[in-house]
Design a protein around this ligand. Structure first.
Ligand code: PRX
Length: 635
């Protein structure tokens, strides 16, 4: 029996039991047999959730890029590591072999070194989905610099907040990006962001759209000439198991975004192991995850997990709708994709287009279909299963988070019988539990509650950059000695888990995590706004959309509400990015508040969902009269 590759349900249960009973032995075996270490660990695991402090493979030394690239050179040197599929189907795709990847990463690593970047320094990467994004991530890992990739759809304000929070020394960007028929001036956004980032001394610019951009003397440099002059050798920096590998920001329900810190050895072991099993990857398969590397899905399952397994991973620059809604299926046919991993919001958008665009293409290469980022509703699940998988390719509904680093609850295809809307069983080594309102663990099946994890797993985030207390408060304080996910879930009669959604003030829109507080802060910047509250409401394609309740300042002037709505969304776009725009904005005289002044979002959520049948007791509110007024004017 191989612990590394699970092929039968019985084997799953057997390996799962071992991973729970003897977690240290189990992970030690996986780590020992399948990775390249410069020095082995002294201790597999030490942990204390009360501090919280988690250490895996302490004492070990390694470099992740030696595992993701160098060790494949002998056996897979000419194998394609990355297939780059550009935005425009008329432009050629690019096949980068492991040998070429090695050379390009080493050259990039030398460029970073020549820019004065050292082990431990933070590097901000703000790039579209072009090969340089994956290569710069790996170049950072090669020299031991900590990468902080910021999704290139975020605004300049969001970018500068992230650059400053982790004190990045350098920004890697491009002149611009292609997105369907549009281009976006990324460099201009970086220039704006850097007006408030004193710590950034240099900017490396990739030429992608050949636009005419401003280069600031002494700060900005075109990347290509630097690469041309760089050596193609770079001895990988030896890293300790618990050295940070990267920071990735995620929204919280309050305050500024949280810079989740992932470390080296445990993250590598877990993402590689999950990739192999969750996608049942075989040597010559072509794997495609449609996420952006700006999110955790791209970090773990476009870059690190696939490359650690010597896989061929597709990177797609464009969008599902350009030049038409058949683009995904065209790419599946073109590259004979075997595993396809996407988000429910994309599936819903594609399902709306009718089947002609699906039937035009040969999808017979597909073996496994994945879903991630939000609950996949029954209708979308069936559409995906019937029309894309032709009922032959199991759907893996993978539940996990930026904080968890890797997939946590998921079927293993051809192993776990799937059930629509259920993420099914915990992955090997994962010990989920559900908690009731009194903070007790719910035993047995057919229960629902707050989803926690009881025992550490190798790829969990170790802290929040610069704010360990917040890490403790957010994840380890709600329930004693447990990691709290912020999600609710139910466990059915056979022990399958179904994720029911966030139980905090985070709203998942099109699979993106959005905290209400930063959006409200942005809206409140509008000179006419006195106060605001955001809630989510169901949306056919996006899963959830945002509904804003806004109180205007009483100036005695009358204002055009439609203009105000546009201005508010403009401010949100500037502060966060277009993904956080509100679908509906209702102007109201008041917001329902408790006597201690807390906004009762539960009531606002129900009203936005047009479910006013059971609002509960509103008489204890400070201002019960506003509720009726809000109901009467709901959009
Ligand atoms: O609410 C859960 C939802 O997405 C949240 C995590 O978002 P993020 O950190 O951006 O990572 C997304 C990609 C891993 C979770 O707390 N979520 C993620 N996957 C699923 C899901 N909800 C239901 N089913 C899923 N498969």
């Amino acid at each position: 029996m191989s612990n590394y590759h699970i092929k039968h349900l019985e084997e799953y249960y057997q390996v799962y039991r071992k991973s729970v009973r003897e977690p240290e032995n189990f992970w030690e075996e996986v780590a020992e047999e399948h990775f390249m270490w410069r020095k082995k660990w002294n201790n597999v695991l030490s942990w204390d959730f009360s501090k919280p402090e988690i250490k895996w493979f302490e004492g070990a030394q390694l470099n992740v890029t030696e595992n993701c690239i160098d060790r494949h050179l002998v056996t897979r040197g000419d194998k394609t590591a990355i297939i780059f599929e550009p935005n425009d189907p008329k432009e050629n795709s690019e096949h980068i072999t492991y040998k070429q990847l090695h050379e390009r990463v080493c050259k990039f690593a030398n460029v970073l070194k020549n820019e004065g970047i050292k082990k431990g320094d933070r590097v901000c990467i703000y790039l579209p989905m072009i090969p340089e994004l994956a290569i710069s991530v790996l170049a950072c890992a090669r020299i031991g610099a900590i990468h902080s990739v910021v999704f290139a759809g975020f605004s300049s304000t969001a970018l500068s907040t992230r650059i400053n929070d982790s004190d990045c020394k350098i920004v890697i960007t491009s002149d611009g990006s292609y997105r369907g028929a549009k281009t976006i001036d990324l460099k201009t956004i970086v220039d704006e962001a850097l007006e408030s980032c004193d710590g950034v001394k240099s900017v490396l610019v990739v030429k992608r759209i050949n636009s005419d951009i401003q280069m600031k003397d002494g700060r900005d440099k075109w990347l290509q000439p630097l690469l041309d002059n760089a050596s193609a050798d770079y001895e990988a920096e030896i890293m300790n198991a618990e050295d940070p590998l990267f920071i990735l920001y995620t929204s919280g329900s309050t305050g500024k975004p949280k810079g989740m810190v992932h470390t080296t050895a445990g993250y590598m072991v877990y993402t590689a192991y999950t990739f192999k099993n969750v996608f049942q990857y075989k040597e010559d398969d072509v794997y495609w995850c449609t996420a952006d590397i700006g999110w955790i899905t791209g970090h773990s399952y476009i870059v690190y997990g696939p490359l650690a397994n010597g896989a061929t991973t597709v990177m797609f620059e464009g969008v599902p709708s350009y030049p038409d809604f058949g683009r995904f299926w065209e790419i599946v046919e073109k590259h004979k994709v075997n595993q396809f991993y996407t988000a429910p919001t994309a599936i819903r958008a594609l399902a709306k287009q009718g089947l002609e665009l699906v039937e035009k293409y040969d999808l017979s290469s597909l073996k496994v279909l994945g879903s991630v980022g939000e609950p996949i509703n029954e209708e979308a699940w069936h559409w995906y299963n019937d029309n894309i998988g032709k009922k032959n390719s199991p759907i893996v509904d993978t539940w996990w988070q930026t904080e968890t680093g890797g997939i946590m609850i998921t079927p293993i295809p051809f192993v776990t019988p799937t059930k629509h809307t259920y993420a099914t069983l915990p992955f090997i080594g994962i010990q989920p539990t559900l908690m009731d309102e009194n903070r007790n663990e719910l035993k047995g099946n057919q229960v629902d509650g707050g989803l926690c994890i009881k025992f550490p797993w190798p790829s969990m985030a170790r802290t929040i950059w610069g704010n360990h207390q917040r890490y403790k408060d957010t994840y380890f304080s709600t329930y004693e000695n447990k990691y709290f996910t912020g999600d609710g879930a139910l466990r059915d009669e056979v022990g399958y888990y179904r994720i029911t959604g966030r139980v905090d003030d985070v709203i998942i829109v099109s699979g993106h995590n959005l905290g209400t507080a930063p959006i409200e802060d942005a809206i409140n910047e509008h000179p006419a706004v006195a106060e605001s509250a955001i809630v989510g409401f169901p949306h056919e394609v996006k899963g959830n959309a945002l509904y804003g309740y806004v109180i205007l300042k009483d100036t005695g002037e009358s204002r055009n509400h439609n203009n105000l709505r546009k201005e508010i969304n403009q401010i949100i776009t500037e502060h966060i990015g277009p993904i956080a725009k509100l679908d509906k904005i209702q102007f109201t005289k008041g917001l329902p508040k408790t006597r201690s002044g807390k906004i009762m979002r539960r009531i606002l959520r129900k009203i936005a969902c047009k479910d006013t049948s059971n609002l509960g007791d509103t008489s204890t509110l400070l201002n019960p009269e506003v509720v009726q007024d809000i109901i009467e004017n709901v959009l």
